[in-house]
Design a binder for this molecule. Structure first.
Ligand code: 6GU
Length: 226
């Protein structure tokens, strides 16, 4: 999978993609992530990328031309399955969206800053808008990093133990059950007997039951949404 990200703060995206699982995915050739500095497409000597709002109001708006020029250049080089705009005024990312995106070949992600981008960019180029939650971040970069992490770890071969991505919280709309490792007794706090029993069908039943209980308690909305 190839992921292109357009950003005015490319430095913010360096660290998240150069460690751990995402780095391994890149090293294995399973994911290619390329950051494009929007400033290079800025207008005039000052490389202008934002301007004041029509109609007045505080905050700058990202201009059409630099973004359009950058998107058009990239689209002339390959077809994108989705052109995604990261913005708080969009539907919230969930596991189902991450699963769908993990099957795509080329994704282009635009990250916003300031008051956001001129609406006409959204109307003309954007095929999908994603928020990562009901709060406001300084810019879309960290949100894009969250999206890329959620998607790339699902690409077949990225996580060694294939089973592990499938049993994550949310993969079945349930939170994960509690997990334990050695020691079996820590200062009198014991691991539930069932997990030491070796009875694997019973252990699975217990885990399902715990997952359901936890979801009911903490995120009843996940069960109601079914
Ligand atoms: Cl995608 N961008 C920004 N700036 N803030 C957010 C967000 C995105 N998702 C939640 N908050």
């Amino acid at each position: 999978m190839r992921i292109d990200i357009i950003s005015v703060a490319p430095n913010l995206l360096e660290s998240p993609f150069n460690h751990s699982i995402i780095k391994r995915a890149k090293d294995k050739g399973l994911a290619e992530i390329i950051i494009h500095d929007l400033r290079k497409y800025g207008l005039g000597n000052y490389k202008q990328i934002d301007d004041t709002q029509f109609g007045g109001g505080a905050g700058m708006v990202m201009m059409i031309e630099p973004i359009a020029n950058c998107i058009c250049k990239l689209q002339s080089e390959r077809n994108y399955d989705e052109v995604i705009y990261m913005t708080p005024d969009a539907k919230t990312l969930n596991q189902s969206t991450a699963n769908t995106l993990s099957l795509k070949e080329n994704i282009l992600i635009l990250t916003g800053h300031y008051k956001g981008v001129d609406q006409r960019i959204r109307d003309k180029y954007i095929t999908k808008e994603i928020s990562i939650g009901d709060y406001v971040l300084t810019g879309g970069e960290l949100a894009a990093a969250v999206l890329v992490d959620a998607v790339v770890r699902l690409i077949p071969g990225v996580i060694g133990d294939e089973q592990s991505a499938l049993t994550d919280s949310f993969q079945d709309n349930l939170l994960s059950p509690p997990v334990y490792t050695r020691p079996a007794n820590y200062e009198g706090m014991k691991v539930p007997d069932i997990l030491l029993s070796g009875n694997f069908p019973k252990i699975e039943d217990w885990r399902s039951e715990q997952a359901f209980k936890r979801t009911e308690q903490i995120r009843p909305d996940l069960i109601k949404d079914e």
